[in-house]
Design a protein around this ligand. Structure first.
Ligand SMILES: Nc1nc2c(ncn2[C@@H]2O[C@H](COP(=O)(O)OP(=O)(O)OP(=O)(O)O)[C@@H](O)[C@H]2O)c(=O)[nH]1
Length: 318
């Protein structure tokens, strides 16, 4: 038994032992050998009048042995599997000692041995507990990692890859939601549509990569200027949208003017090495009572159209 016992927690990297079916075989053999040796040593002087006890002991033995086999085969991490298997091995052996204690007459030195074996139960529970705790901690760490990854991928799927602001899909989801929330709370919500002026020219004259640089720099500018307002979206191409909950028209106009002015000062170098002259047109509309997302969007778009038509680089309200 002394030889067999340490076999259970052998690392699964041991070549022959790596196959889980072989590990199970070793464990079952170890258990049967221990049981057989104990019976041989103590004789067969069994009294069967306590059959209920015998069945209970056997049931315990089967449960712990099964626990050991399941732990061995379940693909637990090495650090959890080893103490758990060892723990169930001890409890199984202890059950055998218990069984022998009930039904065999033996002399005093053997009694001490049997009681020692029975005492293994406590060690078994401690080891199994350690294994179980490590398994729980491992599960907890895995769950936290999984949650973090899910959040990370969710965020990635919501962000525009070029400008790092929310994408159109998030805008389509947020717009009706913000209107509903504003109606419920009876407060304002403003929508801004911001469009870079003559952006096609930037692409045509300086190339697509400079155009991308402008979009990136402009996205960063919006994030800086509207730092306290998180609902910032790339609506399409060179057009951005901002939702401002609980903001009145005057404040929304002030923010839009600030963005317009900062855009004039934005420095992105074109193909010729000189900074590009950039400007934006901005349309603003406040959500009105009973109005839906499409109606608000149409009014804001109309305000943007007016800003473009009346010469660009300006803010118009719808
Ligand atoms: N570099 C770059 N260009 C883009 C991207 N998305 C859209 N565009 C370009 O943006 C340009 C938009 O052109 P228009 O819709 O004519 O708008 P505009 O030139 O800004 O004119 P106005 O809006 O009337 O001032 C097109 O040339 C598109 O190819 C992008 O991700 N990167």
């Amino acid at each position: 038994m002394a030889v067999v016992m340490p076999l259970s927690p052998l690392p699964s990297s041991f070549p022959w032992y790596a196959d889980p079916r072989r590990r199970l075989l070793v464990l079952l053999l170890a258990l049967l050998c221990s049981w057989g040796l104990a019976c041989l040593a103590l004789g067969h002087n069994l009294r069967w009048e306590w059959q209920i006890d015998a069945i209970a002991n056997l049931a315990e033995l089967v449960i712990f042995t099964l626990g050991m086999c399941i732990a061995q085969l379940s693909g637990l991490s090495e650090s959890a599997r080893r103490p758990m298997v060892l723990g169930f091995f001890f409890t199984s052996v202890s059950c055998m000692g218990d069984w022998v204690d009930e039904f065999v007459d033996y002399s005093e030195p053997i009694e001490i041995l049997v009681e020692t074996v029975e005492a293994l139960f406590v060690f078994g529970l401690v080891f199994a507990g350690i294994g179980f705790r490590r398994w729980l901690m491992h599960q907890k760490a895995m769950l936290a990692q999984q949650t973090e990854r899910t959040q990370h991928f969710r965020l990635l799927s919501e962000l525009d890859g070029l400008t790092d602001v929310y994408n159109r899909a998030v805008f389509d989801r947020e717009l009706p939601q913000q209107i509903r929330l504003a109606h419920e709370a009876q407060c304002d919500v403003a929508l801004l549509l911001i469009d870079l002026d003559h952006f096609k020219r930037v692409n045509d004259e300086h190339g697509h990569s400079v155009g991308d640089q402008v979009l990136r720099a402009f996205g960063q500018l919006l994030k800086t200027e509207l730092a306290e307002h998180k609902l910032l979206f790339r609506y399409g191409g060179e057009e951005f949208a901002v939702l401002l909950p609980a903001v009145d028209l005057k404040t929304a106009q002030g923010l839009a003017e600030r963005v317009r002015h900062s855009t004039e000062l934005l420095h992105v170098h074109g193909g010729h090495g000189r900074p590009l002259v950039l400007s934006v047109s901005i349309g603003i509309a406040m959500a009105e009572l009973g109005e839906d997302a499409l109606q608000l969007l149409q009014r804001t778009d109309h305000a943007l159209y007016q800003a473009k038509q009346s010469g660009r680089n300006r803010v118009c309200c719808g």
